[in-house]
Design a protein around this ligand. Structure first.
Ligand code: DGP
Length: 112
């Protein structure tokens, strides 16, 4: 996806503060953090959103979810963290490359 900013980050064409990388997943710090720790976990292979996932994405979705507590722990979020996936325009999604927000630290996040 030529114009996708997260694909550009994957390709190294845009800078990011990386937190984790393997052959299929990349994690980096959100440029507009809403908490002291705010990571974005993405599949390297482009998919627009959670609503565009199908059975072929089952493994990558599992990898991303399982990576979340590990990265949270590594970033000192011992008391817990929140995960969030905004999906579609009405779901508040701004960047149309699937991403899992993992954030926390500082004050306890208000309950929703
Ligand atoms: P969402 O609203 O769920 O689509 O979240 C998109 C997030 O991506 C938002 O919190 C800001 C972040 N973001 C947008 N552009 C960049 C960028 O170029 N670099 C980084 N690190 N984060 C970005």
């Amino acid at each position: 996806m030529d114009n996708c900013i997260f694909c550009k980050i994957v390709r190294g064409e845009l800078p990011s503060k990386k937190a984790y990388e393997d052959e299929e997943v990349l994690a980096f710090h959100d440029i507009r953090p809403i908490a002291p720790v705010h990571l974005l976990l993405i599949p390297k292979a482009h998919v627009d959103s959670l609503a565009h996932c199908d059975g072929t994405h089952q493994a990558i979705l599992g990898r991303m979810l399982l990576l979340a507590p590990r990265l949270a722990r590594e970033h000192g979020l011992d008391g817990g963290f929140r995960t969030m996936i905004n999906t579609g325009r009405d779901g508040g999604q701004e960047v149309f490359h699937l991403h899992l927000h993992v954030f926390g630290g500082g004050e306890r996040i208000p309950k929703i």
